[in-house]
Design a binder for this molecule. Structure first.
Ligand SMILES: Nc1ncnc2c1ncn2[C@@H]1O[C@H](COP(=O)(O)OP(=O)(O)OP(=O)(O)O)[C@@H](O)[C@H]1O
Length: 259
């Protein structure tokens, strides 16, 4: 079992607090979805959990503090998929996904058979085998998103941090990625933390939903408790109906104001 913890986690840019006092514990194979309006601090919180920002408070994976952890040991623990990754345009897909193996290789050694096997299997799982020789610059937005996820999975981390990994995907590929992550977390006993704007997707897949507003946690708990029409109205200034499906999970339906 892996445990991701944050205590009093805060992020400040140019003297402005954008995330304040976040406490959370996520134990594998749980999936925490972070939701909240634009600018609420979701990406900053995920980057802080990835150990990529100077923070106040602390974040740890089991007993390993993330602050100051060097990139290689960090990459063996945490796979992070940024919202808008900068990709080397001329690099072929297979080489890029192989970069995910870097933390497992010796400093001067090339990929071993096991590394090629992991990369092959990840490309296969994400239905990217037809793209292996393609240059990253030639991919569509959704293909780029899947390739970035593939690289993070090739790291074989114990914690997967995903920042809106489905925002550029069509409905079918969204479902495919969400189902894939759901399968992987159970199969590999992963902690998954993901930001998402689609509240229904959060409701359908999350064990827990954490709602952020102006950098602070407004609610944290099972989706059905967090995603109420009243709370969504007050935080998002949006009119919605919330229905509950047969499995007890909330479905958030936008409603035109006054209808
Ligand atoms: N490098 C930075 N320097 C200064 N301010 C920043 C920086 N990165 C983010 N911010 C600010 O921090 C706040 C939170 O941004 P963040 O990207 O974490 O929000 P978000 O909830 O992920 O938003 P969105 O849903 O729009 O992606 C915003 O006001 C943003 O402008």
């Amino acid at each position: 079992m892996t445990r991701l913890t944050a205590r009093g986690l805060g992020v400040r840019f140019d003297g402005v607090d954008v995330v304040t006092g976040v406490d959370l514990t996520v134990e594998s194979p749980d999936w925490l979805m972070i939701v909240g309006p634009n600018g609420a601090g979701k990406s900053s919180l995920v980057r802080a959990l990835a150990g990529l920002l100077p923070v106040s408070g602390r974040a740890a994976v089991d007993d390993v503090e993330l602050a100051g952890l060097r990139p290689r040991p960090r990459a063996r623990l945490i796979g992070y998929v940024p919202q808008a990754p900068v990709l080397p345009e001329a690099m072929p897909v297979a080489d890029y996904v192989m970069l995910g193996r870097t933390a497992h290789l010796g400093y001067f050694s090339g990929p071993r058979p096991v590394d090629r096997e992991v990369v092959g299997s990840v490309l296969d799982t994400l239905e990217l085998t037809d793209f292996t020789a393609r240059e990253l610059g030639s991919l569509s937005g959704g293909e780029r998103q899947r390739v970035t996820l593939a690289r993070a999975l090739a790291q074989e981390p114990t914690v997967l941090l995903l920042d809106e990994p489905t925002s550029a995907l069509d409905l079918g590929h969204q479902q495919q990625v969400l189902e894939l992550v759901d399968g992987l977390r159970h199969r590999h006993d992963l902690v998954v933390v993901m930001t998402v704007h689609d509240l229904t997707a959060a409701g359908q897949y999350a064990d827990r939903v954490l709602l952020l507003d102006r950098g602070a946690v407004v609610a944290d708990g099972p989706a059905a408790q967090v995603l109420t029409a009243e709370r969504i109205a007050s935080v998002y200034h949006a009119d919605v109906r919330v229905e509950v499906d047969d499995s007890g999970r909330p479905v958030v339906i936008p409603a035109r104001p006054g209808t």
